[in-house]
Design a protein around this ligand. Structure first.
Ligand code: BGC
Length: 269
C-alpha cells in the first residue's frame, strides 16, 4: 500500500538518507559488540574497536571500565550465579540480561532444561529484557536443548525476549558466511524472536585439537559475515569471539594493538 508522504516522513527520509540514523539495535548505537575477559590492554582495545556493547560472561564488568557510549550487558552464567546479590548487581548495571552460558555443554553451565526452567522466574523477576540460555549447538533442532526449553517456558507462561546463539565454523572458505546465515535463519524461522549472536568465529573443533584460520581467512570472514548480519533485520546484536588473543587465538587485539582481524572488525559499522 502506498502511503502519501507527509512533511515529517519526508524529513525523516532525508535524515535517514544522510546516514544520521543507522539501523537501531535495541538501545545500542551499533549491533556490533565484543565479549571481554579482563586482560592487559582491553581498556584501550574496547574503546578502539568501536563496539556498541560488550559483555564479560558475568553479572558485572570484571573490573573493565565501560567506555562512554558503550553498553554493558550482564550475564547470569550458570545455576551458581542465580543469587540475590548477582541478580541485583546485574539489574544495577544493565537493562538487558543474558542467561545461562552453553547449558548443553558439560564444561560450561551444564544444566538440564528442567533446572533452567525452575530458576527462570528469578531471572524474569529482575524485570530486565531477557535472552534465552545460549546453547552451544542445535538451536535449530526440534527437541534439542533450546527447543525443549522454549516449549517449557511457553507452557509455564515465562518470558523470553530474544535468543542468543553461538556459532563456530569449521569450513574456513568463503562459504562460511552462508553456513552461519543458514543457522541463524533456521533458528529465527523456528521461534520468530530477535537473535543475538553472542559468540562466533571460525574454529574447527572436529579434530583432537582445535584448528584456526589464518589472519587473511579470518579477516575476510569478519568482513563478509558482519555485512550479512548487519543486513538481517531480526539480528539485533553480534559479538565476535573475542576481544583479546589472550582469551582465544581468534581474538581481535594483541594487548591494545589490533591484528588484521581487529582492524577489519573495527571498521565494521
Ligand atoms: C566461558 C567463559 C570464559 C570465556 C572465555 C566461555 O566459553 O564460559 O567463562 O570467560 O569462554 O574464555
Amino acid at each position: 500500500m502506498r502511503v502519501p508522504r507527509r512533511p515529517l516522513a519526508l524529513a525523516l527520509a532525508v535524515v535517514t538518507a544522510l546516514g544520521v540514523f543507522t539501523t537501531p539495535a535495541a538501545g545500542a548505537a551499533t549491533k556490533k559488540g565484543v565479549s571481554v575477559n579482563n586482560h592487559p590492554g582491553v581498556a584501550t582495545a574496547l574503546v578502539d574497536v568501536r563496539a556498541g556493547w560488550y559483555y564479560t560472561w558475568a553479572s558485572d564488568t570484571q573490573g573493565v571500565t565501560t567506555p562512554a557510549g558503550v553498553e554493558f550487558v550482564p550475564m547470569i552464567w550458570g545455576a551458581g550465579a542465580v543469587d540475590d546479590a548477582q541478580l541485583a548487581r546485574a539489574r544495577s548495571l544493565g537493562t538487558t540480561l543474558l542467561a545461562f552460558n552453553e547449558p548443553d555443554l558439560a564444561g560450561q553451565a551444564a544444566m538440564s532444561v528442567e533446572q533452567a526452567l525452575s530458576l527462570w522466574p528469578r531471572l524474569q523477576a529482575t524485570g530486565m529484557r531477557l535472552g534465552a540460555p545460549a546453547v552451544a549447538f542445535g538451536g535449530d533442532r526440534a527437541s534439542g536443548w533450546l527447543d525443549r526449553f522454549m516449549s517449557g517456558a511457553a507452557a509455564r507462561g515465562y518470558r523470553v525476549d530474544f535468543i542468543p546463539l553461538h556459532w563456530y565454523g569449521s569450513d574456513f572458505s568463503t562459504a562460511a558466511t552462508g553456513h552461519l546465515q543458514s543457522y541463524v535463519q533456521a533458528v529465527y524461522n523456528r521461534y520468530h524472536k530477535p537473535i543475538w549472536l553472542t559468540e562466533y568465529g571460525l574454529i574447527d573443533f572436529t579434530g583432537s585439537q582445535p584448528r584456526y584460520p589464518d589472519q587473511a581467512q579470518q579477516s575476510d570472514f569478519v568482513r563478509r559475515s558482519t555485512a550479512m548480519l548487519n543486513g538481517l533485520s531480526y539480528v539485533e546484536r553480534f559479538a565476535w569471539f573475542s576481544l583479546s588473543t589472550r582469551t582465544t587465538p581468534t581474538g581481535l587485539y594483541d594487548g591494545a594493538t589490533p591484528n588484521a582481524t581487529g582492524v577489519a572488525y573495527r571498521s565494521v559499522p
